[in-house]
Design a protein around this ligand. Structure first.
Ligand code: PEP
Length: 251
C-alpha cells in the first residue's frame, strides 16, 4: 500500500507575511489528516519562516527548484545544502521550469541525483504539451522524460522518489485531464517504465501524483484511480480551505 501524498506548489505567490498567514490557516486542517503525506512548497524567501512553523508537525516542506552544484558562481540559484537546511522535499523539472528556465531531461537528472545525495526527496515532474497530446505523442514524451530524467539512480534510492504526471495543457487552465486518461498514462507509461528501470517491486513503492487543475471538487475522482497516489496542486493550494479539502479527499 502506498501512502497518499499531496503537495501544494505555491509557485511565485505570497510574501513572507502572506505565506505565514496561509500556513497558519491551513495547518490545523493539514495536521488532522494523518494518513496522507502533506507538503507545502512556498517560494524560497519563505522557507526559513515556514520551516519554523512546521517544526514538530507532520507537515513537510518543499522547495520549488535547486541547482545540482554544491556552491559557486550560479547567481540566483539555491544549492542542495541550502534547500536541505529547511526542507525535506524539492520539486524538480516542473513544466514551467522546463518552458521558461531551460530545464531539460539532463538537468532534471542532475538535480534529482543531487537532491537524493543530500537527503532530499525529489518530486520529479513529467508531462506533455498540448501539441504533443493532440499528436498522440503523450506516451513517447513521458517515457523519454522518465527514462532520461531518472537514469542511473540506484533502485534502493528510487523507492523514495515521487513522480508527478502533469499534462501541461491541464496546468493552471482549469481543464483537468480525465481521471481514467491520467491513470492510464501513470500506470501504463510512468509506472511501467519505472518497473523496467528499477524492477517491479520498487515501481510499486514509488508514489506517482497527478497534477493539473486539481480542485476540491474533482480531487476525489483522481485519487480513486488505481495508479494515482495523490496530487501536485498549484492554484488550489493557495486557499487554505481548498487545499485541506484536497488532502482530505486523498485520505
Ligand atoms: C502545478 O503547478 O503543478 C499545477 C498542477 O498547477 P494547477 O493545479 O494550478 O493546474
Amino acid at each position: 500500500m502506498r501512502k497518499p501524498f499531496v503537495a501544494g506548489n505555491w509557485k511565485m505567490n505570497k510574501t513572507v507575511d502572506q505565506a505565514t498567514l496561509l500556513v497558519a490557516d491551513m495547518l490545523p486542517g493539514l495536521e488532522a489528516v494523518k494518513t496522507v503525506d502533506r507538503v507545502v512548497c512556498p517560494p524560497a524567501t519563505s522557507l526559513m519562516v515556514i520551516s519554523g512553523m512546521l517544526a514538530g508537525t507532520e507537515v513537510g516542506l518543499g522547495a520549488q527548484n535547486l541547482h545540482w552544484e554544491e556552491s559557486g558562481a550560479f547567481t540566483g540559484e539555491l544549492s542542495p545544502a541550502m534547500v536541505k537546511e529547511f526542507c525535506q522535499y524539492v520539486i524538480i523539472g516542473h513544466s514551467e521550469r522546463r518552458a521558461y528556465f531551460g530545464d531539460t531531461d539532463e538537468t532534471v537528472n542532475k538535480k534529482t541525483k543531487a537532491a537524493f545525495a543530500i537527503g532530499l526527496t525529489p518530486i520529479v515532474c513529467v508531462g506533455e504539451t498540448l501539441a504533443e497530446y493532440e499528436a498522440g505523442k503523450t506516451g513517447a514524451v513521458v517515457e523519454r522524460q522518465v527514462k532520461e530524467g531518472l537514469k542511473d539512480i540506484d533502485p534502493k534510492t528510487a523507492e523514495k522518489l515521487i513522480v508527478a504526471y502533469e499534462p501541461i495543457w491541464a496546468i493552471g487552465t482549469g481543464k483537468a485531464a480525465g481521471p481514467e486518461e491520467a491513470n492510464d498514462v501513470i500506470g501504463n507509461v510512468v509506472r511501467k517504465n519505472l518497473a523496467g528501470m528499477f524492477g517491479n517491486d520498487v515501481a510499486q513503492m514509488i508514489r506517482i501524483l497527478y497534477g493539473g487543475s486539481v480542485k476540491s471538487e474533482n480531487a476525489g475522482e483522481f485519487f480513486h484511480q488505481s495508479d494515482i497516489d495523490g496530487g501536485l496542486v498549484g492554484g488550489a493550494s493557495l486557499k487554505a480551505g481548498d487545499f485541506v479539502k484536497i488532502v482530505e479527499a486523498a485520505a
